[in-house]
Design a protein around this ligand. Structure first.
Ligand code: NAP
Ligand code: MG
Length: 503
């Protein structure tokens, strides 16, 4: 496990030394935080510090919210076509910056370089491009209403001209996690901005670097001052932002626990809320499935980004008579994965985000084994200063076991078996989460029956993690509230105004 120190890495760090002077983005300018407090950003592949980042104060949060409020009118006056143009321009700047942004993300977040390029950077570019076109298509309706004309001699109907318009919700607090930082930020910014909202964005304290770079590109793209503001800091700053009376809507991605607390805070002042939360998604393999593809898909999903994906299929449910075959193949793939720094071109599995996260993942593995799970592969410490966890597969027959119920957010797969279709559905739904599921069978009728019985916002049949902005992405049950992607995702940022004019 070696860490490359190629020219591009060195250059990135040097460029970043400039970027770290940036501070907070408030009202179109980089300003110093009013507090002296900073957070150390760590490279998870080495455990070494990368940069010190300002912790915004409550006063800084207030300044950012005020800037966003002041910018609302000017942003509303920007034509829909011009908003489209600005989002597209930003997508081009991000695409042109792919080398720098992706290396920076690998250094900060730990994922492999290919994933950073494809998912984080190009995912952000495509998301911006998808949403950019909505600015010119967000129209209300004209409505033929039936109300009687109240005036003397008036008749029923035709007495009024009635229509609705779609208006921006206002100022959005966007609070995002550390697993895919740029995509998470863009998945809030893009629909908010096309809808005419202004934004205060808070990245996770572990991963602010690409978000700060994004701030530079937002200025370069020509967004008016105050339309996008960025404050860095920890959960206390997130809470101050969410609770601020100048915020009209909170758009959050993160853990279910934090989501509940945000919903409670937002409820106090009836702020709009969208929450994209955790998951414990099942991958179900029936005995008639293409077992090789199913096994590859199971391994790929749970080891992608070291298991730190909300929709990772972290429970593998296999029909009993093909159990041995599927498990053997998944373990074989797990055993062959090359662990290492994301900058190492050979590496397939990077570190988890932090020492704390590694300890959390290892404690889940320990407690699973102590309560009867069988370790099929992994679990061992990876000797390194980085926060690596070996790919781990556990056989767990107790559906109530913690490892079958709670989100680990690490490269840990829990495998269980079923005999009948009904049992498969029951096990799949036996969780408080409802984010996604992947289902493998060659039987079309079964695919339809099972897919329509799964309690989850997304079901993939004979595929996994196929995401597209044209599809609504939503968490059922404790996995969330509201929708990202598709027209519905933009509508989360507008409110209709119904107008009735007596003719
Ligand atoms: P987290 O602890 O909930 O934090 C998410 C963000 O919220 C961070 O910026 C965090 O700040 C901030 N925060 C913490 N406490 C807050 C509070 N009381 N009020 C306002 N903001 C607060 O989640 P995480 O550990 O970063 O990310 C992992 C989780 O995200 C997993 O559960 C995963 O499933 C979920 N996730 C869901 C999706 C989805 O689309 N459904 C996608 C990706 C990840 P600091 O961390 O800086 O302190
Ligand atoms: Mg956190």
């Amino acid at each position: 496990m070696t860490i490359h120190s190629s020219d591009s890495t060195t250059r990135t760090l040097e460029e970043y030394r400039l970027a770290r002077q940036l501070g907070l983005l408030i009202d179109g300018k980089w300003v110093e935080a009013t507090s002296d407090s900073t957070s150390v950003v760590v490279n998870p592949a080495t455990g070494l510090p990368l940069a010190n980042i300002a912790n915004a104060s409550v006063a800084d949060v207030d300044a950012a919210v005020q800037a966003a409020r002041s910018a609302r009118e000017s942003w509303r006056r920007v034509s829909p076509a011009q908003r489209t143009h600005l989002l597209w321009k930003l997508s081009e700047l991000i695409e042109n910056d792919i080398d720098y942004l992706s290396v920076l993300e690998v250094l900060n977040q730990g994922k492999t370089l290919d994933l950073a390029r494809g998912l984080d950077v190009m995912g952000s570019v495509e998301t911006l491009r998808y949403y950019s076109g909505w600015a010119t298509k967000l129209n209300g309706t004209t409505n033929r209403i039936s109300a009687a004309d109240e005036r003397p001699g008036g008749s029923i109907g035709e007495a009024y001209h009635a229509f609705s318009t779609l208006e921006p919700v206002g100022v959005v607090a966007a609070v995002v996690p550390w697993n895919v930082p740029l995509v998470m930020a863009i998945s809030k910014l893009a629909p908010a901005l096309v809808a005419g909202c202004t934004v205060v964005l808070k990245p996770a304290v572990e991963t602010p670097l690409t978000t700060l770079r994004l701030g530079q590109l937002i200025i370069e793209a020509g967004f008016p001052p105050g339309v996008v503001n960025i404050v860095t800091g920890g959960g206390d700053i997130g809470a101050a932002l969410v609770g601020h009376p100048g915020i009209d809507k909170v758009a959050f991605t993160g853990s279910t626990a934090t989501g509940r607390s945000i919903a409670a805070t937002a409820g106090q002042s009836l702020k709009r809320v969208t929450l994209e939360l955790g998951g414990k998604s099942p991958l179900i393999v029936f005995n008639d499935a293409d077992l090789e593809q199913a096994a590859q898909s199971a391994a790929w999903s749970i080891f992608l980004n070291a298991g730190q994906m909300c929709f990772a299929t972290s429970r593998l449910l296999v029909q009993k008579d093909v159990r041995e075959q599927v498990i053997a193949r998944v373990c074989e793939i797990a055993g062959e994965l090359k662990i290492g720094s994301g900058l190492d071109s050979e590496a397939e599995l990077g570190p988890v985000i932090s020492e704390r996260q590694r300890a959390r993942v290892l404690s889940y593995i320990d407690s699973a084994v102590q309560s009867g799970a069988e370790m099929l592969i992994g679990g061992a410490q990876v000797p390194s200063n980085g926060f690596f966890v070996a790919p781990t597969v556990l056989s767990v027959e107790d559906p109530a076991a913690r490892i079958m119920q709670e989100e680990v957010f690490g490269p840990v797969l829990a495998v269980s078996t079923f005999e009948t279709e009904e049992e498969a559905i029951r096990l799949a739904n036996n969780t408080e989460y409802g984010l996604a599921a992947s289902l493998w069978t060659q039987d079309l009728a079964r695919a339809h029956t099972v897919a329509s019985s799964i309690e989850a916002g997304t079901v993939w049949v004979n595929c996994n993690v196929v995401l597209d902005e044209s599809q609504p992405f939503t968490g059922w049950k404790q996995s969330g509230l509201g929708i990202e992607g598709s027209r519905s995702g933009v509508e989360e940022y507008v409110q209709p105004r119904a107008v009735v004019i007596a003719t």
